[in-house]
Design a protein. Structure first.
Length: 394
């Protein structure tokens, strides 16, 4: 970056130096030189200045309008603001800006612009301003290339992270298929074998009541296995075929509480929601996320205590993530269950007689991860739980 800082004795001699002397100095400093008569608009532009944009000296008129005609339209406001600040501050605010110019061949030239007013009228108005232009396109291109490479590396890292997450989920799915789904199969097999061994009623010691009971066990295990398979299929479909769109989370929660109105009323529950943001996300899945958390908060509670659920969001200006809290005053999660509470078929309150298949929180985790976030459960200091999750806001 080239910056002109003229010493007082040189500054005094400026009017005595011709453009050829300046051109020699600035040509060898790899910068273009300009000298602007602020009143008339006449602006000397050195040959090296014009060559920077692919022009011969005679091709461009020496006027400030020529400079702005080369400047990209998008950068006009920035240039005017910087020059205006320098002049209004009587030179206290330096004029130093990186601007984009259009080359004769249509390409963009990044230029480091430095200048200063060297002559003022008696009433403090600028009369003459000089400065330099240095071509920094190569360094800017290298910077952009490095940023692009960094973005590619980040994208690759995210893809690898997602693939690793999918592999972990697949391993978990396989473990469930080999363990949890075998349990009802074992039940069915055991009672089927018992019935087969007593198929000959004449020689069987098995009562009719016991036979009917065995058939009921088989039917129950079959229904349980069917339900488990259905929930696994629903779980595997989360995010499939969905596209991200703008989602107003306030409306999502309103729709969810409307759908759960009967359940909320019967439990005498209260659901409060502070202002939530609008994000880029999967609307249907986000609705399922809030529905699962609200339903659990109503379900797993002391019958003598009306459920209270509070939904809120905090935003960190230095982060691309939004942090959400869903607080309840329910039974809470036992300490020994917290580590595995988001796994498939993990049930935190199995000893309390609550019905369920243990897939709701696993579904919540998958939806949050679909939005590149994380979910955790914390104890609520006033009793109950705080489900905290992050969601990428863009």
């Amino acid at each position: 970056m080239i910056r002109v800082d003229l010493k007082p004795d040189l500054e005094k001699s400026l009017p005595k130096l011709g453009h050829s002397e300046f051109e020699f100095l600035f040509h060898h400093s790899l910068a273009g030189y300009w000298d602007w008569d602020v009143v008339s608009g006449e602006t000397y532009m050195s040959p090296s200045f014009k060559a920077m944009f692919g022009y011969n000296p005679e091709e461009l008129e020496n006027h400030i309008n020529t400079v702005f005609s080369l400047l990209l339209q998008e950068d006009h406001a920035c240039a005017n603001e910087a020059i205006g600040a320098h002049m209004e501050s009587q030179g206290q605010i330096p004029y130093q800006e990186v601007l984009r110019f259009r080359h004769k061949d249509g390409s963009t030239v990044y230029v480091n612009c430095n200048g200063r007013v060297v002559s003022w009228s008696e009433d403090g108005k600028p009369l003459r301003m000089i400065g330099t232009h240095a071509d920094i396109t190569e360094s800017k291109t290298n910077e952009q290339r490095a940023q692009m490479q960094a973005r590619r590396s980040q994208t690759l890292f995210e893809e690898l992270r997602k693939q690793k997450s999918k592999n972990v989920a697949l391993e978990q799915f396989t473990a469930i298929a080999s363990h949890d789904l075998k349990e009802p199969l074992r039940t069915m097999g055991s009672y089927a074998s018992l019935l087969l061994s007593n198929a000959d009623e004449a020689n069987s010691t098995m009562s009719q009541e016991r036979r009917l009971q065995s058939l009921e066990f088989i039917a129950s295990a079959s229904k349980r296995m069917t339900a488990m398979i259905d929930t696994l299929l629903d779980y595997s479909k989360i995010g499939k075929g969905s596209q991200k769109s703008e989602v107003d989370l306030n409306k999502i929660v309103q729709h969810v509480t409307h759908d759960l109105a009967n359940q909320i009323q019967q439990a005498n529950a209260q659901v409060t929601c502070k202002e939530l943001p609008t994000i880029q996300g999967y609307g249907v899945e986000l609705g399922q996320l809030f529905q699962n958390l609200i339903t659990n908060a109503i379900k797993y509670t002391d019958p003598s205590v009306p459920p209270f659920i509070e939904i809120s969001c905090t935003t960190d200006e230095n982060s691309v993530y939004q942090t959400f809290d869903v607080k309840d005053n329910g039974l809470g999660i036992p300490e020994d269950k917290i580590e595995n509470v988001f796994e498939l078929y993990s049930r935190a309150h199995i000893d309390h007689g609550f019905e369920g298949q243990g897939i709701g929180l696993a579904r919540c985790k998958k939806i949050v991860e679909l939005h590149d976030g994380k979910i955790e459960v914390l104890p609520n200091p006033t009793g109950g739980s705080i489900f905290r999750f992050t969601i990428l806001s863009t």
